[in-house]
Ligand binder design. Sequence first.
Ligand SMILES: [Zn+2]
Length: 190
Amino acid sequence: MGSRQSLGVDVADDHDARDDADGDDHGYTEAGSRRGDTELVTWALEEWERASNGLFRFHAYPHEGSALLRIYWLPWARGVLGETRPVLSRGGIVATVFIHPDISRAIAAARTDSVRRDVILYVVCLHEIGHALGLGDSMNEDDIMWTGGHGRDQMVYERLRRRVDSRAAIKVTSWLSNTDMARVQALYRR
Ligand SMILES: [Zn+2]
């Protein structure tokens, strides 16, 4: 068994979210991210760390150039909430995660239910970080790595939403399935 791996990560900050007082943007950035969204990413990284059972740790890197995992907020584009791409950088491969935080564009109910919006954003972050870690999509709806689609997204998001009654509960809930956890451990135990 190898020693614990250290994975550098750079997360786009959300400090430029404007204040409500500035207008009617309700604190959203142009990309649709909100103050506090970076915290959701941090919780997602922490959940994967727990799932790895000590096999890896994430470390925040202040400069994206040295991070193996880079996470960016992007404005709503073409129907996808998140996307992960391997990118060549200085002879190595880095995982580039794009999150589209304007969730209400895909799920109308997220507009009036901020916990729903945060839950969906959280599981999108978890799913994409799973891809960045090397996991492929799953065909099982109980997995966070479930591929989505087939007209089942709304139903699955509804089920996830019912698991918490507040934003704070997102952090202390286990969202990854046993299969998600077993898969990531198998990958990093080599
Ligand atoms: Zn996927």
